[in-house]
Design a binder for this molecule. Structure first.
Ligand SMILES: Cc1cc2nc3c(=O)[nH]c(=O)nc-3n(C[C@H](O)[C@H](O)[C@H](O)COP(=O)(O)OP(=O)(O)OC[C@H]3O[C@@H](n4cnc5c(N)ncnc54)[C@H](O)[C@@H]3O)c2cc1C
Length: 289
């Protein structure tokens, strides 16, 4: 197996163009497990850990531009105020060791329906910046996932960064697992309130072939809040509204039975998480007045 170790982004893109079968390695917390268990034996590995640009985050036209190689630990330490939903999700990933190595770029590259960064990225309407020797393109995250563990990446492309608007309102992330730590989600849900736009963002994890939005549920909640003048009055969220929102989120899911949980449990837990996330986020919105 060839081991390619570029030290610049230009060289990394050139290497990927020359070796489209090469498997990128960021933190290695997914790739190395697959190699150890002989689930994959690629002709080449493309180590991205020496590429400094990937480890940086900054701002781009008001959005956070999160390099693909920024770890969960740094998101928690450095970006909790700007990206609270993603930071909440990052806190639930694996263990300290995994959070010190694992990256959002790797989560996107693996594109597991259960990956924890996906619900908050969907709720925040993030964009994935991908690059190749042919150029750069930005893909809305909802279009990045094309199937179970499949992405919109072409064989010569790498993920450069994720662009995420800083939170303009409260965000929540909920995850159900069989225990509290070191657990892959049985189901997960991300919510972002966008009060300036009177909009609601949602993301469902581990309950469909890909991470996905609950668009109708989000439009329903935003519309009902607007119709009752609640965005302006910051009045209490009617219990029935949160429950109905939970039902509509559940209706957006398409889970399967597997070793981690049954489809029925995933649907039920999603409706509960969505109700709670909406209630908590709305309480935060009221307190921020
Ligand atoms: C013990 C353990 C616990 C875990 N717990 C969780 C958890 O709670 N929640 C969760 O979501 N995940 C969990 N994971 C999975 C894993 O940690 C995450 O998916 C993590 O985000 C992967 O990031 P990485 O940098 O290690 O990716 P890598 O393993 O390096 O790569 C993952 C995939 O992304 C591709 N890739 C990486 N970088 C790029 C790039 N720049 N461009 C294109 N493709 C790229 C790789 O080729 C590979 O296909 C766990 C893993 C382990 C071993």
């Amino acid at each position: 197996m060839d081991f390619l170790a570029p030290s610049t982004w230009t060289d990394a893109l050139a290497a990927k163009a020359e070796h489209p079968d090469a498997v990128a390695v960021a933190g290695g917390t997914d790739v190395m497990v697959e190699l150890n268990f002989d689930h994959r034996r690629p002709p080449a590995l493309l180590d991205l850990t020496r590429v400094p640009e990937l480890r940086e985050w900054g701002t781009d036209d008001g959005r956070v531009r999160l390099g693909a190689g920024v770890t969960y630990a740094r998101i928690i330490d450095e970006l909790g105020a700007r990206l609270p939903g993603l930071a909440m999700a990052a806190r639930t990933v694996g263990s300290p060791q995994i959070r010190n190595r694992g990256t959002v770029g790797g989560n996107l590259g693996a594109a597991s329906p259960a990956g924890d960064s996906h619900p908050p990225l969907l709720a925040a309407e993030a964009e994935v910046e991908v690059a190749s020797v042919r150029g750069v393109r930005r893909i809305p995250v909802a279009e990045f996932y094309t199937g179970v563990k499949r992405t919109a990446l072409a064989s010569d492309e790498l993920i450069a960064a994720v662009l995420i608007a800083p939170a303009s309102g409260p965000q929540q992330f909920c995850k159900i697992g069989t225990r509290n730590a070191m657990v892959i989600a049985v189901s997960a849900f991300g919510l972002a309130l966008h009060p300036q736009r009177r909009a609601v963002g949602t993301g469902i994890g581990s309950a469909a072939p890909t991470p996905r939005r609950a668009g109708a549920a989000a439009d329903f909640l935003a519309g009902e809040l607007a119709a009752a003048g609640l965005w302006e009055s910051r009045g209490a969220l009617p219990e029935g509204l949160a429950v109905e929102f939970g039902r509509k989120v559940r209706d957006a899911a398409a889970p399967i039975d597997d070793v981690r949980g049954s489809a029925a449990y995933r649907l039920h837990s999603l409706s509960v998480m969505a109700r709670r996330a909406a209630t908590w986020a709305w309480d935060d919105y009221r307190k921020a007045a």
